[in-house]
Design a protein around this ligand. Structure first.
Ligand code: LLP
Length: 380
């Protein structure tokens, strides 16, 4: 990726930089694969930078929110209320109220008590809430344990054996309308096998519901498609064709049924980088450290998930190589971006780009150590 480095000189580091041309190319690549009965709801949790959101809204996508704050951010960015879906195991009353007042598309409901509350609150407002049930498919995504969500042991969704019961319950309630089923198995999946398993599970569940005379207008298969963290320039745009083909071949859709997707990382992951300045090069007794001004407060993925993000020396790309542990300034030994990393030699004052940080980067930043939140810039 080419960075407008001369424009970076006056910006306080660390900051996020989003390449909106790549974002738009990614959005177009998705659009090219969407069939008429497919709908994309961008998983807003990956990145809520307002400009990024606006590009996604302008592309005509809907959005998948998990909090009242996200619903508000999406309304502000120009998403239509009916294109918003609202998921999450613990929706607060004010968040349900916001969803009802705005007239969002669907509530993805994760328990019977939540269904009862939504029915009651919709009734008080004289409204009907469209509800879809998140079913836990007990399909394991082979990825990091912290980002696996579709196993029976996870807190998400309603158990498959309760599916028919909750649908009947909703059908008997006056203020909710049952509109579909929702699934999500995990994140950063690069092989299609787990999605194939999900398709098989959905086919089984549909067959069961057919027998019970229950039809499902919408099936939402969640997100989860991964990105190439090893080679962001080689693979800036994920293989959307393989992903959508997996579902096209795997799910037996019924006449008039719609298929919904909630990709997050695959949409925004590669377009964002964390730009950080080298503060000091320190020669330790066994290692050489590049101490930078970004820390895990700015990008927590390496510390939290052992995640790999490649780092590019954008000030001296042609310098001879050297090997470093690239570490941040935070007072915790887990504040390490990468160990034993070989890259063009760097020195104090140079800029590094920590790549593939568009998803779950800026939005997961914190203020630990009284640090400032990083800002996000697009189109400098
Ligand atoms: N739908 C639901 C219900 C989800 O829980 C998620 C992500 C998505 C869609 C979007 O998944 P994606 O397409 O981005 O994989 N912070 C972690 C990732 C957590 C994902 C949580 N759920 C990370 O940095 O890897």
């Amino acid at each position: 990726m080419a960075f407008p480095i001369e424009k970076f000189q006056d910006i306080r580091t660390p900051f996020y930089y989003y390449d909106t041309a790549l974002l738009d190319n990614t959005l177009n690549a998705i659009k090219a694969e969407l069939r008429p009965d497919y709908h994309m709801h961008y998983a807003v949790k990956a990145c809520t930078n307002p400009t990024v959101l606006k590009h996604i809204a302008d592309a005509g996508f809907g959005c998948d929110c998990v909090s009242g704050g996200e619903i508000q951010a999406c309304l502000d960015a120009g998403f239509k209320a009916e294109d918003i879906v609202f998921a999450g195991v613990g929706k607060s009353d004010w968040e349900i109220e916001l969803g009802l007042d705005a007239g969002i598309g669907f509530f993805n409901v994760e328990s019977i008590p939540e269904l009862e509350v939504i029915n009651e609150m919709a009734g008080q407002k004289g409204k009907t809430a469209r509800v879809s049930f998140r079913i836990n498919p007990n399909v394991g995504a082979h990825t990091h344990a912290n980002i696996t969500t579709g196993l029976a042991e996870n807190k998400f969704g309603i158990a498959m054996e309760d599916m028919e019961k909750v649908i009947r319950l909703a059908q008997d309630m006056p203020n909710v309308e049952f509109v579909g089923l929702h699934f999500h198995i995990g994140s950063q999946l690069l092989v299609m096998d787990d999605f194939v398993q999900l398709c098989q599970r959905i086919n089984e569940l549909q067959a069961q519901l057919d027998k019970a005379g229950i039809s499902i207008p919408n099936i939402n298969v969640g997100g989860g498609l991964g990105i190439d963290y090893q080679d962001p320039d080689g693979n800036p745009i994920p293989n959307f064709k393989a992903y959508f083909d997996t579902y096209a071949n795997g799910i037996q859709l019924r006449e008039g049924q719609h298929l919904h997707f909630e990709l997050g990382r695959a949409v925004v992951g590669q377009c964002g980088s964390l730009i950080t300045k080298v503060l000091y090069i320190k020669q330790g007794s066994v290692k050489k450290f590049a101490i930078v001004d970004a820390g895990f407060t700015d990008l927590i993925r390496p510390a939290l998930y052992d995640a790999y993000h490649c780092i590019q020396n954008i000030s001296s790309p042609d310098a001879p190589n050297d090997t470093y542990d690239v570490v941040g300034p935070i007072c915790e030994s887990s504040d390490v971006f990468i160990k034993d990393y070989t890259m063009p030699q760097t020195r104090r004052g140079e800029l590094l780009a920590i790549r593939s940080a568009g998803a779950y980067g800026e939005i997961m930043a914190s203020q630990y150590n009284c640090r400032q939140l990083p800002k996000g810039y697009c189109d400098l």
